[in-house]
Design a protein around this ligand. Structure first.
Ligand code: FAD
Ligand code: UDP
Length: 394
């Protein structure tokens, strides 16, 4: 993999058409498309690597691919995005399965007929289970004003309290009654024994790892990447370039309307001389008695890497979620009513920034999965960045 890391001594200084702040999936997609259209982008990132939060590396001791900022699983309904990523990497046929620990028992997740029958110690048919759950629901999902109302309307109070309420509280450090209902839409409930986590038709992990995928996206020599380069601190950056900014939106405006709420995650690593520690890639913990939200056993994402998978070594990370303070990595936008009011002010302020386009999870304060990030970047490129670049060439 070779990509261009900066101008070497004595080399003629290149003219850039575009500055991209952030080498996450949004920034890399914009860079790839810009180069493909004949433009020369400069991509900067304050971190020492590309890939943003989806970055992974191969652990030297075990050969296991570790996702540095938390487990990443690629899944999408969007055929265009699937075709796009497949230009840069082939994908494994990994299908994600999650289990959850509740009061000393392990249940399949998302909630399906197996979970329901196990929880009620029953052998209900799909129709019987649906009727039972229906009898325990309260209100209509479409009218739900918060996550709790949505969940109780969809799965009833018992299942909500067992598998959702405390997990959600641990994950968001926020009462589920203060969280947007939309977070719960992400998790399906099934009245059959299908326990695959995602319902999307296209799923898998990049065969050679996430970083090989990211590297392939920016192989074009017209793309230059500068790492450990902070947009707000590096005085050597070229001035006045059209810019795509994918850093935190509130930071861009000096926090003038307030700080947007984020969650971050702390990881605690454990290593074992075992073929497998927990028998699955992700084990959620749904009770408050265990402060960790879930444990990730990384090798289980790649069972096709036989040698590593079969070896008697494994790496497990326990995740602990908390509010992000200044200096923490912002991972998940919280989106309380107060956040929404602050966001509206920043979105208004963006209109005054004629030469800057804001995008990505941090730049839009949006709960995007990787596929949504790519879809948004492709759309933003077509509708906003390309016209801006063409204008600049006139
Ligand atoms: P980021 O990846 O955050 O990239 C932004 C980049 O901007 C960062 O590298 C940052 O260092 C850089 N930057 C910020 N400020 C500056 C500055 N001042 N100067 C220079 N650079 C700057 N998606 C899925 O599809 N499946 C999953 O399983 C999944 N799991 C996830 C798990 C976790 C814990 C998290 C946090 C996210 C997960 N996602 C998942 C979402 C996925 O990570 C995002 O959709 C994607 O990474 C967003 O890309 P981005 O480019 O918008 O932002
Ligand atoms: N969730 C839950 N219990 C679980 C798994 C998920 O309550 O065992 C809820 C929780 O509110 C979470 C949301 O469903 O924020 C979305 O879950 P997902 O696994 O999609 O979240 P992510 O991978 O983004 O952390």
């Amino acid at each position: 993999m070779s990509y261009n890391f900066g101008v070497k001594k004595g080399e003629k200084v290149k003219k850039y058409d575009l500055l991209i702040v952030g080498a996450g999936l949004f920034g890399l997609t914009i860079a790839q498309r810009a180069a493909e259209e004949g433009f020369s982008p400069l991509v900067i990132d304050k971190r020492p690597h590309i890939g943003g939060n989806a970055y992974s590396y191969f652990d030297k001791d075990t050969g296991i691919e570790i996702h540095k900022y938390g487990a990443h699983l690629f899944h999408t309904k969007n055929e265009k995005v699937w075709e796009y990523v497949n230009r840069f990497s082939s994908f494994t046929n990994y299908r994600h399965h999650v289990f959850t620990l509740h009061e000393g028992r392990i249940y399949p997740m998302p909630i399906n007929l197996g979970t329901i029958n196990q929880y009620y110690s029953a052998a209900m048919s799909p129709k019987e289970a649906e009727d039972l759950v229906e009898s325990k629901t309260e209100g209509a999902a479409k009218d739900a004003k918060n996550l709790e109302e949505r969940a109780v309307a969809l799965i009833g109070r018992d299942l909500y309290e067992a598998f959702i309420r405390d997990y959600t509280y641990k994950q968001w450090q926020t009462d589920p009654r203060q969280l947007p209902a939309s977070i719960f839409t992400r998790l399906p409930i099934r009245f059959n024994y299908d326990s695959t986590y995602f319902s999307d038709p296209y799923q898998g992990q990049p065969k050679e790892g996430y970083c090989a995928l990211f590297g392939a996206m920016i192989e074009d020599p017209k793309i230059e990447v500068r790492l450990e380069c902070d947009y707000f601190e590096d005085k050597s950056l070229p001035k006045g370039l059209p810019t795509v900014y994918t850093g935190p939106l509130d930071r861009y405006f000096g926090y003038r309307f307030g700080i947007l709420g984020w969650r971050t995650i702390d990881f605690k690593e454990k290593r074992y001389d075992l073929k497998s520690f927990q028998g699955c890639s992700v084990l959620n913990k749904s009770d408050l008695s265990d402060p960790s939200t879930r444990s990730i056993e990384f090798k289980a994402f790649n069972p096709e890497r036989k040698e590593v998978f079969e070896s008697q070594k494994t790496v497990v990370w326990d995740e602990y979620s908390r509010f992000a303070g200044q200096g923490d990595e912002p991972y998940y936008p919280i989106g309380t009513e107060e956040d929404k009011e602050i966001l509206a002010k920043y979105l208004d302020a963006e209109k005054g920034e004629k030469n800057v386009i804001f995008g990505g999870r941090l730049g839009e304060y949006a709960y995007y999965n990787m596929d949504q990030t790519i879809a948004s970047a492709l759309e933003t490129f077509k509708k906003k960045v390309l016209p801006m670049l063409k204008d600049g060439r006139k």
